[in-house]
Ligand binder design. Sequence first.
Ligand SMILES: [Zn+2]
Length: 201
Amino acid sequence: MKDGEEEAYIRAMTGEFAAQLHVRMPEVRFVNSSAPCGYDPLFNRIELGHAILGLPSSIVRVIVAHEVGHAMQRKALLREMVTHGLGKGLIVAVPWLLYAWMPHQKAWDIVIPVAAFVVAYGLYVSSAPARESNHGVALQVEADRSAALLCGSEPTLRALETLSTCTRIRPERLEALRARVAHEQHPVDASQKPGGDNCGY
Ligand SMILES: [Zn+2]
C-alpha cells in the first residue's frame, strides 16, 4: 500500500473504531516526529508518526484503537491539562502578585510569604511526577482495554509485546492485558486465584 492509501485506510479505521466506542471521531494527523503516536485532547486529534506506516496492520490496528480509547477519556484528559496548567500558572503568579501588591511593605513581609511559597513549590514539584505517572498508567491501561474490545485481548497483548521490544511500554499495561487474556481463557481459575492457593495462612 502506498503511504497515501494507508493514511486513508487508517482514517477509515479510526472512524469505524470511534463509531464502535460511541465517541466523536478524532481528527487524524500524520506527523514527522520521533514519537510514534499520541492523542491531543484539546483538538480531539490523534497524531501518528510516519514510522507507523511501515508496521504490520495487526499492530497498526491496536495502536489506532488505543488512541481512539484515549478519545473516550477526553474530558478527564482536558481536566488534567487545565489543573496542571493552573498549578503552573499559580506558581508563576503568586510571587509576582506578592511583589505587585506589597511594593511598600517591609522586606520581611515579602520574604516570609515568598519563602513559604518556595517550600510549597518544592513539595509540589517533587510530588507532581508521581501523581502524573500514576494517573498516566491508569489512563493507558483503560485505553488498552478499549483496544482489547476492538481488536481482541490476545492480538492487543501480542502487538504491545512486539512494540515493547522497540519502544517503552509500561510493564503495568502488559500485566493488565495478560491478566485480561488469562481471565478470558480460564475465567474460573483467574477469578479464584487471589483467594485460592495463596491463602494458606
Ligand atoms: Zn496511550
